[in-house]
Design a protein around this ligand. Structure first.
Ligand SMILES: *Cc1c(COP(=O)(O)O)cnc(C)c1O
Length: 339
């Protein structure tokens, strides 16, 4: 019996790829599978995304790319994060594409030159005539999810800076822009979060036609009755006012169930129940309205509980929440199906 089960719905990934492709029109869909596919398992996600019509894989680091390469010998793999000169040989041997963020444009591998049009991180402020190994021109949007006017200005800057090089592949859109900013489409869009059926806007993914991919389930490991005045967990943050049944779920912040998720809701035997008290490293508590047997099913994400709800309670975004779910065999059991 595992402490928790992660279920990845590969059919939903293919469906989300379809939704993005419809929104993108002529532009290609490139699947962003960095951070182990946002915690969903990069290999499984990549396979489903390619089956669903994606034409390239994007990761953040050379190591992530090298890990994927043997499973996807023919796929285009773009390393979006900064790389060092010593990585070029590995990248060349593995047939990777890299991103250049300054004038030092490496030779021997296909390069995408990144322009800083407003993100204020990596990228060139101005584009000089690109050398021969450059195959793509890219930029990254800072506000596609929250300030479409600024995003549109970034898109315009990108268009002006790159218009002299129509033979190169132009790409700037992320999920939010792919879904809601048609001007950002260009030749390809690099989409992560929407592929996982999570809303880039922090709202219900169904609003954008997206289907959640990940479900996270566990069960009650122990049920106990607190008498009035008794508490559960560190710091005595939850004290029972009257006799109260408490269920303990064997999932904690070391599993990725963050400490600031106190107050969020999970499903216990199909009913919404509140997480109470301090979340421990290996467990959290839920308030019940009656005694339930141990092993009663608990859904943390899925079955109508959205990751977006937890993100709101924790004051974060689903990106951080799901990429930090610990899926190693010591903590959880992950299966991918529907592929
Ligand atoms: C992570 C990332 C993306 C994907 O963003 P989503 O909002 O998940 O679609 C696109 N481009 C770059 C450069 C990224 O780092």
């Amino acid at each position: 019996m595992h402490r928790s089960e992660l279920t990845i719905d590969l059919g939903a990934i293919r469906q989300n790829a379809g939704t993005l492709l419809r929104a993108l029109g002529e532009a290609e869909l490139w699947a962003v599978v960095k951070a182990d596919g946002y915690g969903h398992g990069a290999g499984d996600v990549a396979r489903a995304a390619l089956a669903g019509g994606a034409t390239a894989l994007c990761v953040a680091t050379i190591s992530e790319a090298l890990e994927l390469r043997p499973r996807f010998p023919g796929a285009r793999i773009l390393v979006m994060g900064p790389t060092a000169a010593r990585d070029i040989v590995d990248a060349h041997l593995a047939g990777l594409e890299l991103v250049a963020t300054d004038d030092a444009i490496p030779e021997g591998v296909p390069i995408h030159v990144k322009l800083d049009t407003g993100m204020g991180r990596w990228g060139l402020g101005e584009l000089a005539r690109p050398p021969r190994q450059v195959v793509g021109l890219m930029s990254h949007l800072a506000t596609a999810d929250c300030d479409p006017d600024f995003a549109a200005r970034q898109v315009e800057r990108f268009r002006e800076a790159t218009s002299s090089y129509p033979h190169l592949t132009h790409h700037i859109a992320n999920s939010a822009a792919a879904l809601r900013l048609p001007a950002a489409r260009f030749d390809a869009a690099r989409c992560g979060i929407a592929l996982y059926g999570l809303s880039p806007f922090g709202t219900d993914p169904a609003d954008d036609g997206l289907a959640p991919v990940l479900a996270w389930r566990s069960s009650l490991a122990h049920v106990k009755l607190l008498q009035a005045g008794e508490s559960t967990g560190y710091g005595r943050r939850f004290v029972a006012r009257e006799p109260t049944w408490i269920g303990l779920v064997p999932v904690g912040y070391a599993d990725g169930f963050r400490r600031d998720l106190t107050g969020t809701e999970v499903l216990v035997d199909g009913e919404r129940r509140r997480v109470v008290g301090t979340v421990s490293m290996d467990a959290f508590a839920v308030e019940l309205d009656a005694e339930l047997p141990a092993a009663t099913p608990v859904t943390i994400i899925g079955d109508g509980i959205l990751a977006e709800e937890h993100a709101r309670v924790a004051g974060t975004i689903t990106y951080e929440l799901v990429s930090r779910i610990e899926s190693g065999p010591a903590r959880a059991h992950r299966t991918a199906g529907g592929g």
